[in-house]
Design a protein around this ligand. Structure first.
Ligand code: KE4
Length: 425
């Protein structure tokens, strides 16, 4: 088996940057990426035979840990019947019933193949339903890489310092209004300045792509009221937070009913998936019923559906959210204590199984304050953790994820490694 360095050298010849998704390239933390040859529970095993405790969890899907036996068995069973039919299949109906049960604001849902497809389709649907062209997004929020949303985006776009991608026509960008998160006055002003023109407001209700940022008390309620007052659709992008921070996602925690919700990650159990859903009167504007076209060869793929159904059923059976929050608090407290002992300013926002670490004295509440974090110091911290066998997201502008598989030895060991890494900074 080739080493990670050998594999990376080969990849660089054929794949841009040697990766199939930019954030994996380690460009902002330095060094070169390891290659994973297997994953089990909380652990990745690299092509170099190293075992790493994983806090990326394949960017969110692995809430039950990697290679979960129930999910694996469900995929194996589905596989016996074939990999793809191109017709409706029973799994799609079961998935739709589960999603609607978990997320009451979703009266109807359409499956697709990625979070990007989900948000891109939700935006098109909002525009088709309202017959308006403009949308509002928030600086640092990342909704995948569709043209209308790759404006002042987070995640890999922010990590690599170009949150506005080349290749997006100015005509598209003009229809996207970017506002600061947690700023009610900016939102109200945007609606006043664009009367009757805003089709929708899309946001990560808890941001996970500019590091982890939670809304000020009352902010999401204000956004809901403003959308209702101005006839714009409220779109919650819960691709990352859906089923992770509560069975019904952030909207359950905050008691807010968006008009549309975008989903992904956990509902695929690690296989390619996305979904968007919401008000039936809006969703019925989708083809073949209505004028808004949206489609996908592999949408509702039986293997992805079977994996996602098993994962959602496991969440319903285990209801692991208190356990996951205890793990998140254990990690947060370990990092806070180590930084306090060293006199190192740090912010560790955490909710349930999501967290991030900003080396800054400034409380982080939006894109601008997230940038006050010392990204270079984060890079040194990242590599000290990696050397100790702990893999954090390779960017100062990503969220970390925990799974139920982190309980016990993994979280204890990881906290000790992070504390030592901080002492050695
Ligand atoms: P995908 O197209 O990558 O499946 O989903 C896009 C997306 C949409 N909305 C939110 C809130 C998301 O977090 C994402 C994707 N998240 C990133 C991690 N920050 C995926 C990792 C990557 O790009 O490699």
């Amino acid at each position: 088996m080739n080493s990670s360095d050998q594999l990376f050298a080969r990849a660089l010849q054929l794949i841009p940057g040697g990766v199939n998704s930019p954030v994996r390239a380690f460009r902002s933390v330095g060094g070169t990426p390891f290659f994973t040859k297997s994953a089990q529970g909380a652990t990745l095993t690299t092509a170099d035979g190293r075992e790493l405790i994983d806090f990326v969890c394949t960017w969110g899907p692995a809430i039950h840990g990697h290679n979960n036996p129930s999910i694996k068995a469900a995929i194996a069973t589905a596989l016996e019947a074939g990999t793809s039919f191109g017709t409706p299949n029973p799994y799609e109906v079961e998935m739709a019933e589960l999603i609607v049960r978990f997320v009451p604001s979703i009266q109807k849902v359409r499956m697709c193949n990625s979070g990007t497809e989900a948000t891109m389709s939700a935006i098109r649907l909002a525009r088709g339903f309202t017959r308006r062209d403009k949308i509002i997004k928030f600086a640092g929020c990342y909704h995948g890489h569709s043209d209308s949303l790759l404006i002042k985006a987070g995640s890999g776009a922010l990590t690599h310092g170009h949150p506005d991608s080349a290749g997006v026509p100015a005509a598209f960008a003009r229809e996207t209004i970017v506002l600061p998160f947690n700023d009610t006055a900016a939102l109200d002003a945007a609606f006043v300045a664009n009367p009757g023109q805003i089709a929708g407001v899309i946001l990560e209700p808890y941001c996970g792509n500019v590091g982890f940022i939670m809304p000020d008390a009352g902010y999401l309620q204000h956004v809901r009221k403003a959308c209702t007052a101005h006839g714009a659709l409220l779109i919650f992008d819960e691709v990352m937070t859906g089923f992770r921070l509560a069975k019904g996602g952030v909207q359950e925690r905050e008691g807010i009913t968006p008009d549309l919700t975008c989903l992904g990650k956990i509902i695929g159990g690690g296989l390619p998936v996305g979904a968007f859903g919401g008000r039936a009167d809006v969703m019925d504007h989708l083809a073949p019923l209505g004028p808004v076209y949206q489609a996908g060869t592999l949408s509702g793929n039986p293997l992805a559906m079977a994996a996602g159904i098993a994962g959602l059923r496991l969440l319903e059976e285990l209801n692991p959210y208190a356990r996951l929050d205890a793990l998140g608090r254990q990690l947060r407290d370990a990092v806070l204590a180590a930084c306090a002992a060293k006199g190192l300013p740090v912010q560790v926002p955490q909710c349930g199984s999501m967290f991030s670490i900003f080396f800054t004295v400034t409380p982080v509440r939006d894109y601008a304050t997230a940038l006050t974090g010392d990204a270079k110091l984060f890079g040194r911290f990242f590599h000290a953790c990696l050397a100790g066998g702990v893999y954090l997201a390779p960017s100062a502008y990503e969220a970390g994820f925990l799974s139920t598989a982190h309980e016990g030895a993994a979280i204890d060991r990881a906290c000790a490694v992070m504390a030592r890494a901080i002492r050695e900074l």
